[in-house]
Design a protein around this ligand. Structure first.
Ligand code: M6R
Length: 366
């Protein structure tokens, strides 16, 4: 069933281009230059009248939510809050009938997420699910939703579900923005066209697999890692750190790059690998100076850059190049080398990648 791959996780990393196509099938209409989500068509008024959106989720799904927030705020111009489901459910949050709650969950069985939406529903909010497992508990209790349709995810470390969640969140933000006329036709069509070619670009990322496997050898003895990113790629830094922690058991922290100087930089020395997402997007120049700060303290830099970047190449110890794309879609590409890095470090350490210690695929207890 692993289709010739040594682990489900690697299979699922490799499947992401196909999974994304499956997720967009019938929804992204390339010829017509538009996206259609039936949930948005059927619940247009309710969704467009939302005074705010609250995203509830856990783990990787929460990271996808942080990226979704940026897209929904940018394109649909509605305020979005992103909450850990476990905190939200016990906080006695202020919610009313004009709120829309988006629950993101791969398994559809996460206990905290389920409890968070039950509470929001009792208080009259409208619940939109972004779920993978068809017919799961969360899918059943939501008022509407969009399945990510990426196929079963078996590896405990979430990979293709994350990129599927981002794909649905992008289509959702675009549909809402189009209906509300808060996104220009030019920008809307540009993103739709670029979404259609992302699977090919994802495929191209896989050529780095061997290089990352080689690189992983230098990192097996690291005790700590720092991951940095900004804008749409700050949550990708969090996600890269989570992947490394859960399967390789190396302590890792993700930060928005500018936060470095407010504390974490004290940790940097020759023993500290720092993974920096420094693509040609928001705040590239500022990220460059963060890289210089790390180098001045002898930290070892692995940078994720846009293809053809010569500047970072001179500063970093290693670089992985990703094809150029729009800022909001860049996480779909930048996350792939981070998934591969975590995978190969864990394999080098001889660990059980698909079933890491202390973790379950779906967390159905508190
Ligand atoms: O099934 P869910 O998306 O609700 O699961 C949420 C988290 O438990 C999950 O993303 C977890 O963090 C993963 N193991 C991360 O790789």
């Amino acid at each position: 069933e692993k289709g010739g791959y040594p682990h489900f996780m690697l299979k699922e990393i490799y499947e992401q281009a196909q999974a994304m196509k499956d997720c967009m099938r019938g929804r992204l209409l390339e010829q017509e230059k538009r996206v259609v989500l039936s949930a948005v068509t059927h619940h247009r008024e309710r969704l467009l009248n939302a005074k705010r959106v609250i995203i509830v989720s856990c783990g990787t799904s929460w990271h996808a939510g942080l990226i979704g927030k940026q897209m929904i705020e940018t394109f649909a111009k509605v305020p979005v809050e992103v909450e850990y489901a476990s905190e939200f459910r016990y906080r006695n949050p202020v919610i009313d009938a004009r709120d829309v709650v988006i629950a993101i969950s791969q398994s559809g069985e996460t206990a905290d997420t389920l409890a968070a939406i039950s509470l929001a529903k009792e208080r009259g909010a409208f619940i939109f699910g972004i779920v993978n497992a068809v017919g799961s508990s969360i899918a059943r209790i939501t008022d509407t939703g969009t399945y990510i349709h990426v196929g079963p995810e078996i590896g405990v470390a979430s990979t293709k579900a994350f990129t599927g969640q981002l794909t649905v969140l992008t289509m959702l933000a675009l549909s809402l923005g189009k209906e509300k006329q808060t996104v220009s036709t030019t920008e809307y069509e540009e993103i739709v066209a670029e979404l259609a070619v992302i699977p090919d670009k994802m495929e191209r990322m896989l050529v780095f697999d061997k290089q990352i496997a080689e690189l992983a050898k230098c990192y097996t003895y690291a005790r700590n890692f720092i991951y940095l990113g900004r804008g749409y790629n700050f949550p990708v830094a969090l996600e890269g750190a989570l992947k490394l922690k859960e399967i390789s058991y190396i302590h890792a922290e993700g930060y928005p790059a500018a936060e470095m100087k407010h504390g974490p930089i004290a940790l940097v020395d020759a023993e500290m690998p720092v993974v920096v997402i420094a693509t040609h997007h928001q705040l590239y120049e500022k990220t460059l100076s963060n890289i210089q700060e790390v180098k001045a303290r002898k930290g070892r830099i692995l940078a994720i850059v846009t293809e053809g970047d010569e500047v970072v190449k001179k500063l970093a110890d290693n670089v992985i190049e990703v094809p150029a794309t729009l800022a909001c879609l860049s996480p779909l590409l930048t996350v792939i080398p981070l998934q591969l890095l975590a995978y190969h470090v864990a394999v080098m350490k001889g660990l059980d990648v698909d079933q890491p210690r202390n973790l379950a695929k779906s967390v159905t207890v508190e």
